[in-house]
Design a protein around this ligand. Structure first.
Ligand code: AMP
Ligand code: MG
Length: 355
């Protein structure tokens, strides 16, 4: 299959939107821009179309998808929300939609099981990207859209990155420019709670804990060890409610093909003779002199000099991809500050790293 890229940046949005909508109506998959990362979309109500997402990505069937809405009110068509829960949900919608916040809510039967990996809940969000919004509205149905990369790999934040991941596997990429958040959406499971709404943080992302605390109590689910997760998955045959808190939140994810090692102090890293290394630094300033310690073959900075977390999150996947392509034996990375957006960035770095 030939993969076509249609540019939607310079007033050509209509052609791209019409093409994408036609393909989605015909049960095809299309790569679409969002403010977080590029998604691989299909009509969420068409189980056969959704199956094509799993096939193109090599995504295991136990990893459920997020559905995207064009209008806020649609949430009641696809989610089974009690009046008490709706009070909380509406506050979250008011504050964060359209935007990078995904809510996990009880699902209605109209959502096929393949979308939710058999779970009784569905993950739902409304993207702030104008092109994604137009397409969702035009289709009039929810679009299931995980990141447009091969399973476990680095998420794409540009149309070119999607092409590298899925060339020949999908008919169309809508190019809407670089993603301006650069990290996947924050995911919360929403509960009414006894005194205060309970927001279970399943994935850290651009909507940070401090923002969510305005609406309710933010609860971090207990982490399963990799071994416990594997045992659980095996027991359940790799499907269904394999982890009540965060299905699909695999410890290894977002990974470059080149091994990446995360060091609190990159100066502690001991290089091997004859090997080449790239340094992924946060702000590029000399901490313990590590920038000078080795003859790094490549150095990339997430937020050159300034240490701005917003800049670091926009650049993270792009820089990881560049380092992956530069032919070194390993990437040595340092964490960013563990506050605000830094929590999500460090989460991605940890999952990208070898343990
Ligand atoms: P993505 O790969 O960015 O589409 O993210 C999808 C992720 O959302 C999955 O890997 C899960 O971690 C999470 N998710 C989706 N649906 C559910 C659900 N029903 N319950 C809990 N987490 C979910
Ligand atoms: Mg993904």
């Amino acid at each position: 299959m030939e993969t076509e890229i249609v540019y939607a940046e310079d007033g050509e949005a209509n052609e791209a939107i019409i093409k994408a909508t036609r393909l989605l109506e015909a049960g095809e998959v299309v790569a679409l821009p969002t403010e977080t990362v590029y998604g691989l979309g299909a009509n969420a109500l068409d189980a056969d179309a959704v199956a094509k997402i799993f096939a193109a990505k090599d995504r295991p069937s136990f990893d459920p998808l997020i559905i995207h809405l064009g209008r806020r009110e649609q949430i009641h068509e696809y989610c089974d929300i009690s009046p008490e829960l709706d009070e909380v949900v509406q506050k979250l919608i008011q504050e964060f939609w359209p935007g990078p916040l995904t809510m996990v809510l009880p699902k209605k039967d109209i959502i096929p099981d393949i979308v939710t990996s058999g779970l009784p809940t569905v993950a739902v969000r409304m993207s702030a990207h104008p092109i994604m919004q137009e397409i969702c509205k035009g289709l009039g149905k929810p679009i299931a859209a995980p990141s447009a990369n091969k399973f476990g790999r680095i998420s794409p934040t540009s149309a070119g990155a999607v092409l590298k991941e899925l060339d020949g596997k999908i008919p169309l990429i809508v190019d809407g420019g670089a993603c301006n958040a650069g990290l996947e959406s924050t995911i919360i499971r929403v509960e009414v709670g006894e005194t205060k709404p309970q927001l279970h943080l399943l994935r850290a992302g651009p909507v940070v804990k401090e923002d969510l605390q305005k609406i309710g109590k933010v609860i971090r689910p207990k982490k399963l060890t990799e071994r416990a997760r594997k045992a659980l998955l095996e027991k359940q045959g790799g499907r269904g409610e394999q982890s009540p808190e965060a299905p699909g939140m695999l410890e290894s994810h977002y990974a470059p093909s080149t091994p990446l090692y995360l060091f609190d102090k990159p100066g502690d890293f001991i290089p091997e003779e004859g090997k080449s290394y790239a340094l992924l630094s946060y702000r590029g300033q000399e901490k313990d002199g590590y920038m000078e310690l080795y003859d790094w073959d490549v150095v990339e900075e997430l937020s050159p000099g300034k240490g701005k977390l917003g800049e670091a999150s926009v650049r993270l996947f792009h820089v990881l991809r560049m380092l992956d392509e530069c032919g070194v034996d390993a990437i040595i990375a340092e964490p960013v500050a563990e506050t605000g957006l830094g929590v999500a960035i460090n989460d991605r770095l940890r999952r990208a790293s070898q343990r």
